[in-house]
Design a protein around this ligand. Sequence first.
Ligand code: AMP
Ligand code: GLY
Length: 427
Amino acid sequence: MRILIVGNGGREHALLWKLRQDAPSATIYATRPNGGMAGLCEPVELAPTDVEALSGFAASRGVDLTIVGPEAPLAMGLADRFRFKGLPVFGPSKAAARIESSKAFAKDLMREVGVPTAAYRVFTDGAAAEAYIRERGAPIVVKASGLAAGKGAVVCETVDAAVEAAHGMLNDFAFGEAGREVVVEEFMEGEELSVFGVCTGEDVVLLLPSQDHKRIGEGDTGPNTGGMGAYAPVSISSPRLLTEIRERIFRPVLRGLAERDSLFQGLLYAGVMLTEEGPSVVEFNCRFGDPETQVVLPLLETSLVDLLFASAEGAGLHRLHPRFREGAAVTTVVASGGYPGPVERGRAIDLSGVPDDDDVLVFHAGTARQGDGLVTAGGRVLACTGLGATFAEAAARSREAAAAVRFDGATFRRDIGWRELERSSST
Ligand code: AMP
Ligand code: GLY
């Protein structure tokens, strides 16, 4: 079997790690693998967005399944090109990927099919956005509609901050093209869950929900990042809640997409706020989340490759029942100093202090091999996943491993899963 992974971050390292276990004899290719992926796959020197060259590569090597990690190639139409050429691919078409690449599209779709989400309006004009913000008052949320690497949502405590954010996007192009259209929406109170669904049309299999920590600072303070840590399972997520999320959120949206000639085949990620009125959608993504994948996949006992194949083939997901191991997983991201702002690269990384333990997994993101060594090559450098019988055990392993990662300027949050810890210590 030949598999191609498109992408080279922590999420793709976790995918590669799991696929290696599911299919030990497979040849697995990956685009420009990071320092941790390099030893586990065949490198392909092509950019994830080089759709033509990638489809040519997959065709010439007889790749049986291509798995797309990041959103950008999907939003560009990678999956359309592959399917046109008869190449099996796990990932939605360009039209279906609009669920992530256009927040305005996602919000309108949710409104049309009756999926719970925050009240909103879409703007292309700064003055109109300002008038709406002043009418609604704070707190309020201003979002660039297009792709902005997880940083395009600004939660505003005051009307002035919201007006500034909207003008920044619409008049000063703070997010470039992504912010030429802006969604202004009601602030929702509650805890968030990241729910992954492997989908093909209206058929969907949900994986174990997890919780991400998007803010840079401990106690969930400071600017949003791509994600500083995650854990699973989340004890507030009951089987009943998950059924509700499947029936009231996933199914109507998947049906709505299919009815709009945008059939979804791939991973639909719902960011769900658990409000007092019930689950409400914060956002959709058209791919696995990072760093949530680094906790969900280590807990998945059954085959991932079977699920992804079934989705790519468009058949029979309901036959497959993923099973998750008992216990918990926690991942702590170690980032370069200055992240989520500009960072320096090329700092030597020393992993010799990280415990050599089956319950500790180090997933690389922004790392590169240099000679015999490893250097930093991005904002989020590594994610240290700890596994354990309890949440507390897994969290301690994750934190201990993160603290043992050495490079100049390394930073990480010591409080990943703090809500879960409070819950477990209060029972
Ligand atoms: P997004 O890019 O839409 O996922 O937003 C990033 C983060 O901003 C979310 O994970 C939330 O923590 C926060 N956020 C986004 N929209 C809202 C909202 N309507 N109410 C409260 N928080 C929000
Ligand atoms: N962890 C959030 C995301 O992948 O978008």
